[in-house]
Design a binder for this molecule. Sequence first.
Ligand code: NAG
Ligand code: NAG
Ligand code: NAG
Ligand code: NAG
Length: 485
Amino acid sequence: MASAMPLALLLLCLLVTQTNGSRRVLLRSTDDDSGASWSLKACTSISSGHSNGNKLPVVHRLSPCSPLIGGVRKHGKAGLNEILHRDGLRMRYLNEVQAAAAADTAPAPSGTPASGLSVPATQNVISGLPGVFSYTVLAGYGTPAQQLPLYFDVTGMSNLRCKPCFSGVEPCDQAFDPSRSSSFRTVPCGSPDCTQASCSSGSSCTFTFYNSTFVFGNGTVVTDTLTLSPSATFEDFTVGCMQLDNLFSDGAAAGNIDLSRSRHSLATRVLLSSPPGSAAFSYCLPANKDTQGFLNIAPALSDYSGHGGVKHVPLVTNPRGPNFYFIDLVAIAINGKDLPFPPATFRGNGTMIDTQAEFTYLNPLIYTALRDEFRTAMAKYQPAPAFSDLDTCYNFTGINYIELPDMTFRFGNGETMELDDRQFMYFFREHLDDAFPFGCMAFAASPDPNFAWNLLGSQVQRTKEIVYDVRGGKVAFVPSRCGLR
Ligand SMILES: *[C@@H]1O[C@H](CO)[C@@H](O)[C@H](O)[C@H]1NC(C)=O
Ligand SMILES: *[C@@H]1O[C@H](CO)[C@@H](O)[C@H](O)[C@H]1NC(C)=O
Ligand SMILES: *[C@@H]1O[C@H](CO)[C@@H](O)[C@H](O)[C@H]1NC(C)=O
Ligand SMILES: *[C@@H]1O[C@H](CO)[C@@H](O)[C@H](O)[C@H]1NC(C)=O
């Protein structure tokens, strides 16, 4: 890690972990994560696509290397309000998925989109549809490959903006141009890949994006060649080709690549084409907006054997979210002491691992117990007011050393994983001229008490490479591999 992230350490070293006896102590730096400068060279290496083997560089949508331009970016860091807002949209979407599965109406969010996709009340259709996206990779689609920045997610369907745009007049930037591809095909109505209720006959499988008052655009289910690297190409890869005007795109990506368990997903294609002994994919999420991570397609499992500190955790399925990845979390311990819950409270295959939400949202009963233990362990620090859903916050003004409790996850197979402080504390400053930032525990109770599962957001996944051995029914957490070099 140290050799992999010199830039990050230079720019962002908000905290340096030191050891003092058995406890970890954070040494505060007066520097902050203003991220004012970013090496253009690093961005160039990202824009040239894959860097090594099947490893694609991953950047946050607000990274200086992201195509997103304009005033959204502030000090290289999304505001806490914006993060919480997007987390709220994500939770709302997952709530709808759960409700649909419980009502057993729609065939869950799998396969192709329903005949119309309802769009949340946001201007940015891509960022709001149907989840909320955060991380982008650069991938090629078509022949010859057109390079496009794409989110990756577990939505159940890959989507791309396609030319021409809906209104047909504007240039339609960051969109795939079907007319320039020799391998482009539309999926006909009768195909099993077309599950559009509105499509009964015809040579193309169409759908519409709308909310209750407005039609955003049309889409067609199509196939073409997806090129992630010279050694990772997928012919006839199915996507929803969306005609959306620039106004409804967030500018950071031209669509999304689906890594879910859906039969159309890239993960499924990888499993069908890769030799035994390879995982479907792995990723390392960037530690912050100013560093890069990677998405690795079909990594060999042997690469991880013998690597110290790898934690293998059972992957479980959940009928209410058949496309999503769930892990078998059975306990959380603070300073070695389990929260007073029987494993059944955690079970029900109810802990989803998610890259769209930033923070971790727990069943309110579990969260309350965690918060109480955490507050007891942090009793010597000055509490700060809650920041929206983050209600365990501290004002560390004037304090140079912070002693944080140990937080450990335990899984159904007995494996334990101690979290790094950067995985469970979120530090921020309220005003730019504050000398030292505030810090909140990066966990919250699910805002909806009926929310059926725990959600492990991206912050708690940072600092680890997460390997999805879908065939083997396991997820591996691999420390210290989060660097491209
Ligand atoms: C539908 O989207 C349009 C365009 O963004 C917006 O003006 C309108 O308020 C939305 N309607 C609802 C009910 O969300
Ligand atoms: C969008 O789809 C609808 C229904 O298929 C169709 O009537 C309309 O012409 C399409 N609009 C564009 C701009 O393609
Ligand atoms: C939960 O996961 C276990 C292990 O994968 C599986 O045997 C069981 O059927 C799952 N339960 C539900 C309700 O999906
Ligand atoms: C944080 O603590 C400092 C020092 O005790 C105090 O001056 C400041 O007002 C506090 N800020 C908040 C928002 O509580």
